[in-house]
Ligand binder design. Structure first.
Ligand code: APR
Length: 249
C-alpha cells in the first residue's frame, strides 16, 4: 500500500524553511519499513507474542538469564542485513538544513546512526552493545551462541544487553539532553511511536507546553494526536521523503 501525494500545509513548510531548532522523537514504527517488527502491533508486534515481563525486565533476567540472553541474541541475528529506510535518510537530509537537529530515539537498533545521523540520543540503549550486569563494563566481544550466558572479563558477572528494561531508569545523560532538546526546540516531531511508554511519551507534551509546534507522523492515532498541531497518518518511510522534497527539494 503506498500513500497518494501528501500535501504539507504552507505554514509548516515555511516554518521548516526558516531552519528552526528541531527535536525528533522516534519509535519502532520508523524502523518497520526496514523489516523490523514493532512492539505493540496486533499479532505481529513483539509483545503480541512474548510477555515483556518474561524477557525485558531485570526480574526476568534474574529468573532465567539464558532465556533473556537468547532472545536478545535472536533479535541481534534478526538485525543482521537490516538497513535504514528512506525515512531514516530523510532525517539525515533534514539535519543538514536546520539550526539544531536532535534525534531522541526509543529504538535500540542503531539505524539512525547507520543512516548517518550524528546527534542521536538513545533513551533505551542499544541492542548492539553488551555490558556486565554487575560492574556495567561494556564488553568488546561476546559469543551470542555460547552454551551459557557469557561472563564479564572484569568481574565475572553475567553479560546482558545494554538496553533499558521495564522498571529500569533511563541513562541520565541521554534523558537530560532529551528533555533539554524538547524544551528548547521550535518544532517537535513524534514519528512511529505509540506514545504509551514513559518518560519518552511525555517529551512531546513538554515541547508543546513550551510553545513548540508539534508534528505527529504515525501509521495510526496515538494519545498525542489530539494535541499535535499537524498530524500525518501513514508510513514514515513514505511521508518523510515527501516532506523533505516539499521543503528543500
Ligand atoms: N510508519 C509510521 N508509523 C508506523 C509504521 C510506519 N511504517 N509502522 C508502525 N507504525 C506505528 C504503529 O502504528 C505504532 O503506533 O508505530 C508505532 C509503534 O509503536 P510501538 O510498537 O508501541 O513501539 P514504540 O512506541 O517504539 O514502543 C516504545 O516500548 O516496548 C518498549 O522499549 C520498547 O522502545 C520501546 C517502547
Amino acid at each position: 500500500m503506498s500513500i497518494g501525494p501528501v500535501t504539507f500545509p504552507e505554514e509548516l513548510v515555511a516554518l521548516l524553511r526558516k531552519a528552526p531548532k528541531l527535536a525528533v522523537l522516534t519509535g519502532a514504527g520508523v524502523s518497520q519499513e526496514s523489516g523490523l517488527r514493532t512492539f505493540r502491533e496486533a499479532q505481529t508486534g513483539l509483545w503480541a507474542q512474548h510477555r515483556p515481563e518474561d524477557l525485558a525486565s531485570p526480574e526476568a533476567f534474574q529468573r532465567d538469564p539464558k532465556l533473556v540472553w537468547d532472545w536478545y541474541a535472536w533479535r541481534r541475528e534478526a538485525l543482521k542485513g537490516v538497513r535504514p529506510n528512506p525515512g531514516h535518510y530523510a532525517l539525515v537530509e533534514t539535519a543538514k538544513h536546520v539550526a539544531r537537529f536532535t534525534i531522541i530515539t526509543q529504538n535500540v537498533d542503531g539505524l539512525h546512526q547507520m543512516a548517518g545521523n550524528e546527534n542521536v540520543l538513545e533513551l533505551h540503549g542499544s541492542i548492539r552493545r553488551v555490558r556486565c550486569a554487575d560492574c556495567r563494563t561494556l564488553a568488546n566481544t561476546w559469543d551470542d551462541d555460547a552454551e551459557s550466558v557469557p561472563g564479564c572479563l572484569e568481574c565475572g558477572g553475567l553479560l546482558r544487553p545494554d538496553v533499558v528494561w521495564f522498571g529500569e531508569a533511563l541513562p541520565r545523560d541521554q534523558l537530560e539532553a532529551a528533555v533539554e532538546a524538547a524544551r528548547s526546540c521550535d518544532i517537535f516531531f513524534s514519528i512511529g511511536t505509540s506514545g504509551v511508554v514513559q518518560p519518552a511519551a511525555s517529551l512531546a507534551f513538554a515541547a508543546h507546553n513550551r510553545g513548540a509546534l508539534v508534528v505527529e507522523i504515525n501509521a495510526e492515532p496515538t494519545p498525542l494526536t489530539s494535541k499535535a498541531d499537524y498530524v500525518f497518518h501513514g508510513k514514515s518511510g513514505e511521508i518523510l521523503p515527501h516532506l523533505v522534497e516539499a521543503i528543500w527539494g
